[in-house]
Design a protein around this ligand. Structure first.
Ligand code: TRP
Length: 356
C-alpha cells in the first residue's frame, strides 16, 4: 500500500463527497469540483463516492448506482482530481464509517434530525403525499425510511472519521456540517475524551448555479442540467434553449442581467470577469442580441469543457478498479484509527476485553 497522500507534510485535512446517482453537472463543477483541484495542492484531500448514502433513497437501484459510481469517478479524473494527490474512495469499501454511524446514533434525537432543514426540504420533494397541498406546513410523516432520516448521522461519521478541518460543500449541506459538529462535541462531552474534531464548511463563490431553464438550482431531478461530460452538440443545444430575459425582445431593448442564466454561467465560468462586466453593461443598455451573448457563452463552455471531455476519454483507459481500491484502502487506514479511539472511549471492542 502507498503512503497516504501528502500525509507526511501535516497539511490541514479536507474531506468531501458526492452521491453516485448520475453523472456530475455544471452545478457540481462551479460549486465544488474546481475548488477541489486547487485544494489538493494545499490540503491532505479526501474525496468520497458516497454509495451508502445514495442507497438511503435509491435502495434496489443496483444498475443506477453502479453506472453512477463509474461516471462520478470519471468526472473526478476528468476535471483534474488527481489520485496521486487526493485519496479518492468508495464509502462502502470503508465499513468503519458504518460502525461509526452506529456509535453516533445514540447521541442524536429524532426531533433534532427532523429539524434539519435539508432533510425537511428533501422529504417534501421526495416523499410528498398525494393529499398534501403546496401550501401545507411542511410535516415529516412517519413513513419516511429511517435510513433517510438518519443519513446526516452517516454523513457526520464520514466527516469525523477523517478529522476533517474543512468540508468543501454547497450551501444546502451546511446543516449537515452543523450536525457533525454537534455530534463531535457531544461525543467528546459524553465520553470525557477529545476524540472527534469539529470542522468548518468551505463554500465557493458560486455555491448555487441556476438550471438551464432559469430555475434557482441545477438538479438532476429537475431535468435542467448540463453534464460535465456533455458533447458539443448537447452543449450547443442547451445554450440555444437557455433562459435569458423574456422581456428582451428586440436587439435594441435593454436587457436584464439578474436571473439571466447566460450571465450567471459567464460569471461562474468565464476566466476574465472584466470582459463579462463589459458585456453586461452593453446588454443592459440595449443593442446586444441574445444570440451574441449566447455565442460568447458557447465559446466559453466549449473551451472549458473540451479539455475535460478529452481527459475523460483518457481516464476511461485507466485501471479504475485499482484507483478506487487503493484509495479506499488508504481511507480505511485513517478511519480504522479513529474508530479504534472511538471504541476505546466507549468501552467496546478490544478495550472491552481489558475488563475481563
Ligand atoms: N450529501 C452529499 C451530497 O449529496 C454527499 C456526501 C456524503 C458528503 N458524505 C459527505 C459531502 C461528507 C461532504 C462530506 O452531495
Amino acid at each position: 500500500m502507498h503512503a497516504l497522500k501528502n500525509s507526511s507534510l501535516k497539511l490541514p485535512i479536507s474531506l468531501t463527497g458526492d452521491r453516485p446517482t448520475g453523472p456530475l453537472h455544471l452545478g457540481h463543477l462551479a460549486g465544488s469540483l474546481l475548488q477541489r483541484v486547487t485544494l489538493q495542492e494545499t490540503h491532505q484531500s479526501f474525496v468520497m463516492i458516497a454509495d451508502g448514502q445514495a442507497l438511503t433513497d435509491n435502495t434496489g437501484r443496483r444498475a443506477l448506482i453502479q453506472t453512477s459510481i463509474r461516471d462520478v469517478l470519471l468526472d473526478y479524473l476528468a476535471v483534474g482530481i488527481d489520485p496521486n494527490k487526493t485519496t479518492i474512495f468508495l464509502q462502502s469499501l470503508v465499513p468503519e464509517l458504518f460502525e461509526l454511524t452506529f456509535h453516533l446514533m445514540p447521541l442524536v434525537t429524532v426531533s433534532r434530525l427532523e429539524r434539519n432543514p435539508t432533510i425537511r426540504k428533501e422529504v417534501q420533494q421526495k416523499f410528498k403525499k398525494e393529499d398534501e397541498g403546496e401550501n401545507d406546513q411542511p410535516i415529516l410523516h412517519r413513513d419516511i425510511p429511517v435510513g433517510f432520516l438518519t443519513y446526516p448521522v452517516s454523513q457526520s461519521a464520514d466527516i469525523l472519521a477523517f478529522h476533517a478541518d474543512i468540508v468543501p460543500v454547497g450551501s444546502d449541506q451546511l446543516p449537515m456540517i452543523e450536525q457533525a459538529n454537534e455530534l463531535a462535541l457531544r461525543f467528546n462531552r459524553v465520553t470525557g475524551q477529545r476524540v472527534l474534531k469539529p470542522c468548518s464548511a468551505l463554500l465557493t463563490n458560486t455555491p448555487r448555479l441556476p438550471g438551464i431553464d432559469g430555475k434557482a438550482k441545477m438538479g438532476k431531478s429537475l431535468g435542467n442540467v448540463l453534464n460535465i461530460g456533455a458533447d458539443e452538440a448537447t452543449i450547443k443545444k442547451a445554450i440555444k434553449n437557455m433562459y435569458t430575459d423574456p422581456t428582451h425582445l428586440k436587439i435594441s431593448d435593454p436587457g436584464k442581467v439578474e436571473g439571466n442564466v447566460v450571465f450567471a454561467y459567464l460569471d461562474a465560468f468565464h476566466p476574465n470577469s472584466a470582459e463579462v462586466e463589459l458585456l453586461k453593461t452593453q446588454y443592459q443598455k440595449g443593442g446586444l442580441s441574445d444570440r451574441s451573448v449566447k455565442d460568447f457563452l458557447e465559446r466559453t463552455l466549449l473551451d472549458l469543457l473540451g479539455p475535460i471531455r478529452e481527459r475523460r476519454i483518457e481516464a476511461e483507459k485507466l485501471n479504475l478498479k485499482d484507483i478506487l481500491r487503493d484509495g479506499s484502502n488508504q481511507a480505511r487506514l485513517v478511519a480504522t484509527e479513529t474508530l479504534e479511539q472511538v471504541r476505546e472511549a466507549l468501552g467496546v471492542g478490544v478495550s472491552a476485553l481489558g475488563g475481563l
